[in-house]
Design a protein around this ligand. Structure first.
Ligand code: M6R
Length: 364
């Protein structure tokens, strides 16, 4: 049932504050100011390497998590798409943690990769939205997302719930490694708890984003740029746009522009820049200015501070609340999804069931 919404995708975008809060409740003990995990029969603190494997949007959630695992827990992380991982003969030291991320828990390549890792004596952790799925059944550590059924082919609420679980896992890992003081842990709990309200605020910009869809809808190509954890968000933005609006879109690490893609820039190529204010902001802005100097039309997604510093000269800006960097990917997912959604609606494509795509890719 779509309720008051025109499409399942729209409904699922709007459900995010509630389902992310629901998911966080399973991984945070608010009263104790602690992060929490289900019981496990292995020592998380002894994990020396993590291998993350997934497909599509779930893979991008994993890319964001790599920044967190490295930053908070100082654990080296390998990440690959399942279709590559399963055939490339990866070097897996016995006892490593292999982490699989999947909405459906049935994606053929991810499931095959899981079995491959099992055969290589890895501890198998899975982040899945369907608790009865094959991947859930084969896990040593099952980390459910509580997004509820996701119907739209374009993944939205499953993605932000995956991020919530992965952030909590990063904090648990850091604690298990003795790298988190109780005060730091309390701070993480506090920031994560703020995510649903900030996502709600982001949803408040829906009307504005809808009004700018006509700036993007006529484009043949669109670029998305970001740095750090916003780089996978750029990849996710491009995937959302291409799958439902059929506009060719690419996500790039902002610093890679001058290594090739900047040659594509002209007035006809909108560039979406995802850049919350913070330590990486100036770097991304200088890449953005290189785009503008070549006639590129920029949509800047940032907070008030970022927009005050760099919004001038942009074709449009989308103002997000000022949030802690840990939760920025959860919050910035919202405008990225809404933009793809409204462009697709403006183009009249089938938002919930885009051509050539299936919700669950159970064949290789
Ligand atoms: O069910 P999974 O999370 O394993 O699915 C992975 C991808 O097929 C999925 O994320 C796909 O990329 C979505 N259509 C993206 O919106």
């Amino acid at each position: 049932d779509k309720g008051n919404h025109r499409h399942f995708m729209q409904k699922e975008i709007y459900e995010q504050p509630v389902v992310v809060a629901q998911t966080l409740r399973a991984y945070l003990r608010r009263m104790e100011n602690e992060v929490a995990m289900p019981d496990m029969d292995f020592d998380l603190g002894a994990v020396r390497r993590i291998t993350i494997v997934a497909c599509g949007t779930s893979f991008y959630a994993g890319m964001v998590a790599k920044y967190w695992f490295e930053k908070f827990a100082r654990v080296p992380v390998d990440i690959d798409v399942a279709s590559e991982f399963r055939y490339r003969d990866p070097v897996l030291e016995k006892g490593g943690l292999a982490l699989f991320i999947s909405q459906s828990g049935e994606t053929a390549d991810t499931l095959a990769a899981l079995r491959h890792a099992r055969a290589a004596d890895q501890i198998i952790a899975v982040v899945v939205n369907v608790p009865t799925s094959s991947m859930a059944r084969e896990a040593d550590l099952l980390l459910p997302t509580h997004a509820g059924p996701e119907i739209g082919v374009a993944s939205t609420k499953a993605f932000t719930c995956q991020l919530a679980v992965l952030a909590a896992l990063a904090a648990n890992l850091a604690r298990a490694k003795g790298l988190l003081t109780p005060a730091e842990e309390a701070e993480i709990v506090w920031h994560l708890s703020e995510a649903p309200a900030a996502m709600n605020e982001a949803l408040g910009h829906d009307g504005e984003i809808e009004a700018m869809a006509h700036l993007i809808a006529p484009a043949r190509d669109v670029l998305y740029l970001g740095r750090g954890p916003d780089y996978p968000m750029a990849l996710e933005g491009a995937l959302k746009l291409k799958e439902i609006s059929y506009i060719h879109a690419e996500g790039y690490a902002a610093g890679e522009m001058k290594h090739g893609p900047i040659a594509l820039i002209d007035e006809a190529v909108p560039v979406i820049v995802i850049a919350p204010s913070g330590p990486l902001f100036e770097k991304t802005v200088s890449n953005m200015q290189e785009v503008q100097a070549r006639g590129g039309k920029v949509v800047l997604i940032s907070d008030a501070e970022g927009i005050a510093l760099a919004g001038e000269g942009c074709m449009a800006t989308i103002e997000m609340p000022k949030v802690h960097p840990l939760i920025a990917p959860l919050v910035y997912a919202v405008p990225v999804q809404l933009l793809a959604y409204h462009v697709a609606v403006a183009k009249g494509t089938d938002v919930d069931q885009p051509r050539n795509l299936a919700k669950s890719v159970t064949v290789e």
